[in-house]
Design a protein around this ligand. Structure first.
Ligand SMILES: C[S@@+](CC[C@H](N)C(=O)[O-])C[C@H]1O[C@@H](n2cnc3c(N)ncnc32)[C@H](O)[C@@H]1O
Length: 209
């Protein structure tokens, strides 16, 4: 199988390094969990984690009783590792290996679209537009986006790739026609090497048609 340049980049990352050494590693994705618990209407909600990598979010959500999880990532290696880790869980998440900009997602399916540190890799306007279209298509009418990106004073690169840093203004410009920003706040993430990185969290609610 021929991998795209981006896929190859991420396969190498997850093949050559332990997840716990990666700058974005969190032993418990506390803020994401709190936001999902705040915005999910029940444990039956369908949740998709976009660019999940090897995050422990799925483990924590399963522990808390969530049953309908889908994990999506470009890297098959990352998804295999998560699947292996969760093999004894009663509700193993569905996996989709692929590019969020290109995968076919079921329409009107998900209650929560979670993305920590994946969206910020989209630099080109056309890719940002495709992402918005995917989220709009896949989310239910009451669907919410929980998004976490590097903030304006955050790093200019992540995993040695350039990123687009966001604030309320840029998010409103991209999502504002179809979503309301319900919540937005800054958070410092401490990397495994002890550096602080400034992240912005956003919760977006689909506007009524
Ligand atoms: C910085 S990591 C964050 C991982 C995870 N969300 C976390 O918080 O631990 C970014 C992840 O996004 C994935 N990714 C990057 N571009 C993607 C795309 N276009 N479609 C799907 N996944 C992508 C990468 O493979 C990687 O696992």
């Amino acid at each position: 199988m021929i991998l795209s340049k981006e896929q190859n980049h991420w396969e190498l990352i997850y093949s050559n390094q332990s997840h716990v050494d990666l700058s974005w590693y969190q032993s418990v994705p506390k803020t994401s969990l709190e936001l999902i618990n705040q915005y999910a209407s029940s444990k039956e909600n369908k949740i998709i984690d976009i660019g999940c990598g090897e995050s422990f979010l799925a483990d924590s959500l399963i522990d808390q009783g969530y049953k309908n999880l889908t994990l999506l990532d470009l890297s098959s290696k990352a998804l295999q590792n998560v699947q292996q880790r969760l093999k004894d869980a009663s509700h193993v998440p569905l996996n989709i290996i692929g590019d969020v900009l290109r995968v076919d997602l079921e329409s009107n399916k998900y209650d929560i679209w979670h993305d920590r540190a994946c969206f910020h890799f989209l630099i080109k306007e056309e890719d940002i537009h495709k992402y918005l279209e995917k989220a709009l298509h896949a989310l239910s009418d009451e669907g919410k986006v929980i998004l976490s990106t590097f903030a304006i004073d955050g790093p200019e690169r992540c995993s040695n790739l350039p990123v687009h840093r966001h604030n309320q203004e840029s998010i409103k410009k991209i999502f504002g026609k179809h979503f309301l920003i319900d919540l937005s706040f800054l958070e410092n993430h401490r990397t495994p090497r002890g550096k602080l990185q400034s992240f912005n969290f956003f919760v977006l609610k689909k506007k009524n048609k």
